[in-house]
Design a protein around this ligand. Structure first.
Ligand code: OAD
Length: 224
């Protein structure tokens, strides 16, 4: 089981949120990533995600995404990602849970089950089949994270737990670490020093994702 965050896509050219120069330095979370922000100024929110979507289409998966896909040759891998990009998919991974939604999808603002593929801008006036404005298919702050129900049992059964490129400050995703079984090996890959989660058998690989994940995947494939 692999939990990923913005850091795994950083070397593909996608900004993280909380690093210096990160997205939340120039945008207020409440303005662009909350239901209140959406009600206050839909255009601002649409512009923010339209810009993200355009950038994503110019980016490519990096060595870390590809390495995780290679793990599937020997392991039954589930990737639980907080990322809204599709770089794990393009890297070749097949079993991916997008806890915080997907940038390349739009959804109805009245019926969360109406979800559409979307690689273009979402414009004011674009509507779902029920006639309501389309919004980005993103879980905003203050909204429920429905896929946690799917994620928790997978973490509880995991035999190896890997965390890559997340500051582990956003809940409930960050809390997934606490559902791991005591005895299993756990690995965390991040180039920055950070407060490590207090779970047993955790090893810290203090490297960027492209180096750290590649190293770890080779190790696991060799050992298996
Ligand atoms: P953050 O920006 O909070 O954290 C990024 C992490 O990636 C940090 O720990 C960095 O040290 C690390 N990092 C930076 N460069 C890296 C590299 N090359 N390789 C590996 N790691 C690197 O991003 P997240 O933890 O993903 O939610 O943020 C969690 C959630 O907060 C996001 O999903 C988003 C955000 O607000 C929503 O928008 C709902």
């Amino acid at each position: 089981m692999v939990l990923t965050g913005a850091g795994i896509s950083a070397e593909s050219g996608i900004k993280t949120f909380r690093d210096s120069g990160g997205l939340w330095e120039n945008h207020r979370v409440e303005d662009v990533a909350s239901p209140e922000g959406w009600h206050h100024d839909q255009q601002l929110v649409l512009n923010f995600y339209n810009e993200r979507r355009k950038q994503l289409l110019e980016c490519k998966p990096n060595r870390a995404h590809f390495a995780l896909a290679e793990l599937e040759n020997k392991f039954d891998v589930t990737i639980i990602t907080q990322n809204v990009d599709d770089l794990h998919e393009r890297g070749g991974s097949t079993n991916i849970i997008h806890l915080h939604g997907e940038l390349l999808k739009a959804r109805s603002s009245v019926d969360e089950n109406l979800i559409y593929d979307c690689s273009q801008d979402i414009l004011e006036g674009d509507k779902c089949e029920k006639g309501s404005q389309l919004r980005p298919h993103i879980v905003w702050f203050g909204e429920a994270v429905p896929l946690m129900e799917t994620a928790v049992p997978i973490v509880q059964c995991a035999e190896i737990f890997i965390v890559v490129g997340t500051s582990l400050v956003v809940y409930p995703a960050a809390g997934l670490v606490n559902y791991t079984r005591y005895e299993i090996p756990k690995w965390l890959v991040d180039p920055n020093d950070m407060p490590l989660p207090r779970v047993p058998h955790l090893k810290f690989i203090n490297e960027k994702a492209t180096i750290g994940v590649d190293y770890l995947v080779n190790l696991l494939l060799k050992e298996s």
